[in-house]
Design a protein. Sequence first.
Length: 464
Amino acid sequence: MRCYWKRAVTSGSLLFLCLFVYLCLRDEEPKILEKDRRLARELAMQQLYSERNGQSFRELLNLSSTINITYQYLAGFPVLRKKFLAVGLSSVRRKRGNYLQETLKSIFTQSTNEELLDMVVVVHLADFDLGWNTQVVLKITQKFAHHIISGRLIIIHAPEQYYPPLKGLKRNYNDEDDRVTFRSKQNVDYAFLMNLCANLSDYYLMLEDDVQCSHSFLSAIRKVLASKEGSYWVTLEFSKLGYIGKLYHGSDLPRLAHFLLMFYQEMPCDWLLNHFRGLLTQKDVIRFKPSLFQHIGYYSSFRGTENRLKDDDFEEDFFDIPDNPPAHIYTNLKVFENYNPTKAYSNSEEYFWGKSPSAGDYFTIVFTKTVNISRIQVVTGLVERQNDVLNAGILEIGKHQTVTLSGQDCSHYVQLGEFQKGRYDQKGLDTAAGNEVQCVRIRITKSQNDWLIIRTINIWSKHS
Ligand SMILES: *[C@@H]1O[C@H](CO)[C@@H](O)[C@H](O)[C@H]1NC(C)=O
Ligand SMILES: *[C@@H]1O[C@H](CO)[C@@H](O)[C@H](O)[C@H]1NC(C)=O
Ligand SMILES: *[C@@H]1O[C@H](CO)[C@@H](O)[C@H](O)[C@H]1NC(C)=O
Ligand SMILES: *[C@@H]1O[C@H](CO)[C@@H](O)[C@H](O)[C@H]1NC(C)=O
């Protein structure tokens, strides 16, 4: 894996790319690409005449059908019952180091039995060296036999005959031939893997074959999904790195698979994944902290060169992720630029920034449903902007929701505590204080010259 983030590619260049694909379509490519080739051509034409790229792209790529491939099941069997989460990883022989078994071990040992019931792990052994694949399958079946028998682990292979040409491809970005071949094949490896996973689960989690997982990552993902309920997203990111920890809707997989296959030789997989998100009109990255997945590979799968990329937001034992129940936010603070109030409440990296707070100003979270809360944490200021903390404020919880001129509010508030050094953190709220809450309010008690950054508001609800 290599870090490609810096070379941002604009959607303008994607339009170009579509055209380029269109112009470069060749007849000798195998049958499997025919449909995708036609789509690429239509897509290119559509993009030329349309200003609303995202919308037209969605309609064009409205593919619910999967790619017609006969897979080899090297171990395990097709899933009988649709699961909550499919975890997909693709693996090829590396020149140095092999972390696949460690990765599988981490997935299984970091999950509870209950979580495993709702999960299926699909490994695509994508090496064209069938002898190597067989050796790996033997090792895995010895070690993880019970997971295979219980239908939690499937190992597949897509035969070489289905692959588009991998030699003599375009050398975009001045990449060397073997790098182009490597990354192009990797795109197809993942396309075929996603294609198989299309119908297995509600959600699909993309991993690599050299990953360490944090404890109970499935439950952590579940909580985040609950907090995103009703909002539009294409990709949720649970790691900063490459193709690790990217979550998709199972229903998006057929078109994502077609998309990767369509543009397989154009650019590396992580760039394509970003384009896919953008084309489906999710503008910003939605990434969660802490990261749930970490890179363990020391040598990259390409040429065995050193690869020390690490995610410094990873926490192995971080299970206690806040779930921030769905809510509306109201504040009378003047918002600076686009640092909107909701940014303080989402579990992404963004934050709220308000101008010149005065005594009596408020920042109120009004829940859509009554919740029982066990913990509330609010962090203000930023390491880079330590002045913009809340100097004097209190945290209150409210009941009796009412409709007001500006939206909604609660008519009865009780003070829980005061901010200390710009922070508030109250764990173990008892039933009297924490149950049946409808609002949480931050109230400023003294005017301050510095502005106010609310970096995070975390709320843990109790589930019955
Ligand atoms: C995709 O196609 C299905 C049926 O062909 C249709 O019901 C659905 O509305 C389409 N979705 C979009 C986004 O066009
Ligand atoms: C899938 O491909 C096989 C041959 O590879 C063919 O017999 C079959 O009709 C195809 N199915 C569909 C739905 O296109
Ligand atoms: C997905 O599964 C459903 C029911 O299990 C089935 O009816 C449908 O044809 C499947 N779709 C694909 C693309 O395999
Ligand atoms: C919240 O606590 C009350 C008891 O105080 C209980 O009746 C209710 O079911 C709880 N709600 C949830 C969502 O857990």
